[in-house]
Design a protein around this ligand. Structure first.
Ligand code: SF4
Ligand code: SF4
Length: 77
């Protein structure tokens, strides 16, 4: 089951999630969104431990993280 969903249309490429992910599976990709930001991608869903660090730190509420069931939608804002 896919664990990491990223709403790339909301991403500002701030890289906070890449710093805080303990598994270092989030990278700034070459993809550019409609606002001209290079957006984040997950390199290996299977290594995600569902810690929610990315969802909590993202200022743009880009993440949905799934374990067996959805556990979070969006972020703090
Ligand atoms: S839930 Fe944790 S391990 Fe998974 S992508 Fe987010 S920060 Fe990384
Ligand atoms: S923290 Fe959110 S806005 Fe910043 S790079 Fe990661 S997904 Fe994009």
């Amino acid at each position: 089951m896919k664990k990491v969903y990223i709403d790339k249309s909301r991403c500002k490429g701030c890289m906070l999630c890449t710093y805080y992910c303990p598994k270092k599976i989030l990278i700034v990709s070459d993809m550019v969104n409609q606002d001209g930001y290079r957006v984040v991608a997950c390199t290996d869903d299977e290594r995600c431990i569902g810690c929610l660090s990315c969802a909590h730190i993202c200022p743009c509420a880009c993440f949905e993280i799934y374990r067996e069931q959805p556990v979070v939608t969006g972020g703090l804002l």
